[in-house]
Design a protein around this ligand. Structure first.
Ligand code: UN1
Length: 506
């Protein structure tokens, strides 16, 4: 069966991918995916899957694991290298689909696809490494080593804001380590997920090794989380859902990797290059319409440069053009959905009620040019108190809170004073301050003279506190999520040697 089932009057119907075939859900139910910049533009119609579909996918992945784990890792990696080539060949088309699907501007969707290419090449390289250790034994004629072993079926649950990059961060390391995958993408971005899986299929991934199930969170997620056959769950999304994932996965003792919310801070010191800081705050705050877990939604500014910074920041934010991400003149696209934009509007109300000063934006955009999408003005609140909800809670939209501070120490305290710990940054010319901040901000990612976004695939990605549960994805750290250690001792002495006891034998 082909990837596209049929072209019916209301759009192209796309299928699930189970056990090497593109198949409809047993439910016969479908859901629509529409362009958030123009809701008249139907991207496609996707399967609203049920427990039964998920169980079939898990079963296929469980069976495929028996042979995939024995494929030599360098051979597994060859398939991944081919996949990386294919993504690179199709980069422009994939980026255009992604902009239509979730709204961010083309430059950014090209970056998203590039991140998937980078990750796939990087992890394919790991196929010839996957290093373990060989260490001396404490006993004579005995060899000691540790090797990475796969775990089995991995459930991959991904968000809509990085529709190809984040799936690649999870699926590719899972595969190179020898696991099999059941992939449940966000309901808002099934097409990018499907294109990624289609490329893996074309690159030669064997039947059942990667399975894709589209559908609504609870219905598809619950059976994935409760199944004894699923051994790893890797989830990126909100902290509230992450908590549920951890709870549902606990009874079957799955390895759970959670990558959740952020309330990231840019700290601007009185010696900062202000023009550079303004550029960083625009990109960090309004890039991806503020819909990144790494978004710079708080800016803490030293009182000596507060006014000068704020004036320039507001002037530049007011000049940002909001519109369809496919239009090269657009700086910022829409919110991904009506619900997401409503959340933004609610937080604008909350900020006003809390007494923050609205200095830029604050309204949804309508009118002829914006009527068909979920557009909202870039919004800046000034004179924000660090305890306000707009300075504490993740908004996931184009809203930045600017907070004055009197000293470096106060900036660090405000920076750390949230429940999240993903990314933070400082703008300063003072190397001493830069190093102190690097050490003292309790986050998983830190930048100097750059905004809070822009992580590269070969370094660990993740956060502390309510952002994560101790794991990191990307970099070789991702291998620790998708493999576990086995320590192996080979005694070639021909006699019983007792560790810790036969110590006299030098
Ligand atoms: C996310 O915000 O969910 O560092 C991921 C960045 C991107 C990845 C962001 N490379 O902003």
């Amino acid at each position: 069966m082909t990837i596209m089932a049929e072209n019916i009057s209301h759009g192209t119907v796309y299928h699930n991918f189970i056990d090497g075939s593109w198949v409809p859900s047993v439910s016969g139910d479908l859901f629509e995916n529409r362009n958030p910049a123009n809701t008249g533009d139907l991207i496609g119609v996707f399967q609203k899957s049920t427990r039964q579909d998920v169980e079939r996918a898990i079963d296929a992945a469980r069976r495929a694991y028996a042979s995939w784990r024995l494929v030599p890792a360098p051979r597994r990696a060859e398939i991944l290298f081919r996949a990386a080539h294919l993504i690179a060949d199709r980069k422009e088309a994939l980026a255009r689909d992604m902009t239509r699907e979730m709204g961010k501007v083309l430059d950014e969707t090209r970056g998203d696809v590039q991140e998937a290419i980078d990750m796939t090449y990087f992890m394919a390289g790991e196929g010839r490494r996957l290093y373990g250790q060989t260490v001396p034994s404490e006993l004579r004629d005995k060899f000691a080593m540790s090797v990475r072993q796969p775990l089995g079926v991995c459930a991959v649950i991904t968000p809509w804001n990085f529709p190809m990059a984040i799936p690649s961060w999870k699926i590719v390391p899972a595969l190179v380590c020898g696991n099999t995958v059941v992939f449940k993408p966000a309901t808002l971005t099934p097409l990018s997920a499907l294109s990624f899986v289609k490329i893996l299929e074309e690159a030669g991934i064997p039947q059942g090794v990667v399975n894709l199930i589209t559908g609504v969170g609870g219905e598809v997620g619950e059976p994935l989380l409760s199944s004894d056959d699923v051994r790893v769950v890797s989830f990126t999304g909100s902290t509230a859902v992450g908590r549920t994932v951890a709870q549902q996965a606990a009874p079957s003792f799955k390895k759970v990797h959670l990558e959740m919310g952020g309330k990231n801070v840019i700290m601007i010191m009185d010696d900062a290059n202000l023009d550079l800081a303004v550029e960083g705050c625009l990109w960090g705050g309004f890039g991806t319409t503020g819909q990144r877990c790494t978004a710079a939604s708080r800016v803490v500014v030293h009182e000596r440069v507060y006014r000068a910074f704020l004036d320039r920041f507001v002037a530049r934010a007011k000049a940002l053009r909001v519109g369809d991400g496919l239009d090269p003149a657009t700086h910022m696209g829409p919110s991904v959905s009506d619900a997401q934009r409503k959340t933004v509007m609610e937080y604008v109300d909350i900020g006003l009620k809390e007494g923050a000063t609205l200095v830029c934006g604050g309204h949804p955009l309508g009118g002829e040019s914006h009527a068909k999408g979920f557009f909202h003005e870039p919004t800046i609140f000034a004179d924000v108190d660090p305890s306000m909800r707009i300075a504490q809670e993740e908004i996931f939209g184009p809203v930045v809170s600017v907070i004055p501070c009197r000293s470096f120490d106060e900036a660090v305290a405000i920076g750390n004073g949230v429940t999240y710990g993903l990314s933070a940054s400082i703008y300063t010319q003072d190397v001493n301050r830069a190093f102190a901040a690097m050490r003292d901000l309790y986050t998983g990612i830190f930048y100097v003279n750059a905004p809070t976004i822009g992580a590269e695939v070969h370094l660990p990605f993740g956060g502390t506190k309510a952002t994560g549960n101790g794991h990191r994805e990307a970099g070789t750290a991702a291998l620790d999520v998708f493999s576990e250690w086995k320590s192996i001792y080979v005694d070639f002495s021909g006699r019983l040697q007792r560790a810790q006891i036969d110590t006299a034998d030098l």
